[in-house]
Design a protein around this ligand. Structure first.
Ligand SMILES: Cc1ncc(COP(=O)(O)O)c(C=O)c1O
Length: 392
């Protein structure tokens, strides 16, 4: 089946955070302006139709007429196992899988389960802001291993700094973001092995947030860190259908923990969790029958990214941006304009009426950056960039 990702699906009036959440978004402080004409491209939530198998599975669930407590059938686990085996050559055992209603929820559980008040948790800024909240919100300390950025906007890991910080007595945990949101790196085998070795040598646990792992450029390969390290006992991985298949509203994250001791601690902190029948049906449908859709989606996203990069090179050459290895996020450096971050914000959010995320939210390293999520019909993305370019 051929999907038409150019189709505009009107999401207004569907309880969409992105398209209906203006009041909340203003309250949180993302923007002062949100109206009928706002183009919201701030969150990792696609405006693209989902796989047909998913729609059919949800219809079938609706037709059951009753939506009671539900169990995870063996098909649920088998679908996860075959997805990761077939796509990433990673063998997962059924008992290693723990359901969580969200990834951020799972990060919070992990921080509480594996660290004590005041302990240090390493993150690599600029990084997805809920990493910081999961640490500080639970009374733990952020240990920042800032990513290094070269003159071409390519990010890499400062291993000397990482090792020093991992060696500190109070450092107990490292939250890895791979593929990295927002800088778009897909870390390679050497990098992942080195991170794992340093953590193992220093008794630091790794929580790998890999929920963007299926959304990489077609010329890239994603390596789950647990696969690379033969399911090393100090690694916990968060996987989700959430980003891959745009089902954030169905709340379906699966945590993979091969070490039985860690699994027990995590499960106890999490408590008994059931999922909705829609969530269970969705996971089985997309992991068993969503591959063709995903390949088409990746092609569409790659082409949108190419369009944006070309547009910026022609119309806004001062914006430094590169094709991310993974994710559908672009991390744009506006520093060459010599404008204050407030002025850049004013022009994009208030004048162009495009809602993005200010880079400062990802750490001080992001002060002069803007983050945009581009998994929308290309006409919306073109409109957004036309509007922005007129203000610069
Ligand atoms: C790296 C990363 N982790 C977690 C999440 C959120 O996941 P969830 O909705 O499952 O909590 C996002 C959403 O953008 C993300 O980019």
């Amino acid at each position: 089946m051929k999907y038409n990702f150019d189709e505009i699906v009107n999401r207004k009036g569907t309880y969409s955070l992105k398209w209906d959440g203006g009041e909340l978004i203003k309250e949180i402080g993302f923007t002062d302006r949100y109206d009928e004409e706002t183009l919201p491209l701030f969150t990792a939530d696609m405006d693209l139709p989902v796989p047909q198998s998913l729609i059919e599975a949800l219809h079938k669930t609706v037709n059951h007429k009753i939506f009671g407590y539900s169990i995870f059938p063996k098909e649920y686990y088998e679908a996860i196992q075959s997805w990761f085996k077939n796509r990433h050559d990673w063998e997962i055992k059924k008992e290693e899988i723990i359901y969580s209603p969200g990834t951020v929820h799972a990060l919070n559980i992990a921080v509480k389960a594996f660290t004590n008040s005041g302990d240090g948790v390493i993150i690599q800024r600029p990084v997805y802001p809920p990493f910081t909240s999961a640490i500080e919100g639970n009374g733990r300390k952020v240990i920042n291993n800032t990513l290094l950025c070269d003159e071409n906007g390519y990010y890499s890991i400062d291993f000397v700094d990482f090792e020093e910080k991992a060696k500190e007595e109070s450092t107990k945990l490292f939250i890895l973001c791979n593929p990295h949101n927002p800088v778009g790196r897909v870390f390679n085998i050497e990098e992942l092995t080195r991170l794992s070795d340093i953590c193992a040598d220093n008794n630091v646990l790794i929580i790998a947030d890999e929920i963007h792992g299926d959304l990489i450029r077609r010329n890239q390969t994603f390596f789950p860190i647990s696969k690379v390290t033969n399911n090393a006992g100090h690694i916990i991985t968060c996987t989700a259908i959430n980003k891959t298949f745009n089902v954030a509203g169905l709340h379906c994250t699966n945590i993979i923990i091969s070490n039985p001791k860690l699994r027990k601690i995590f499960s106890e902190e999490m408590g008994f969790q059931l999922a909705s029948p829609f969530t269970i049906a969705a996971l089985i449908a997309v992991y068993n029958d969503g591959e063709e859709w995903l390949e088409q989606l990746k092609e569409y996203i790659d082409e949108t990214i190419e369009w944006v990069i070309k547009f910026l090179a022609e119309k806004m050459p001062q914006v430094k941006v590169r094709i991310p290895e993974g994710t559908y996020i672009l991390w744009m450096d506006f520093s060459a304009y010599g404008l204050s971050p407030e002025e850049v914000h004013e022009r994009i959010y208030n004048k162009a009426n495009v809602l993005l995320e200010d880079g400062i939210m990802f750490g001080e390293e992001g002060l002069y950056y803007q983050r945009i999520c581009i998994p929308s019909p290309r006409s919306i993305i073109k409109d957004a960039f036309e509007r922005i370019s007129k203000e610069f």
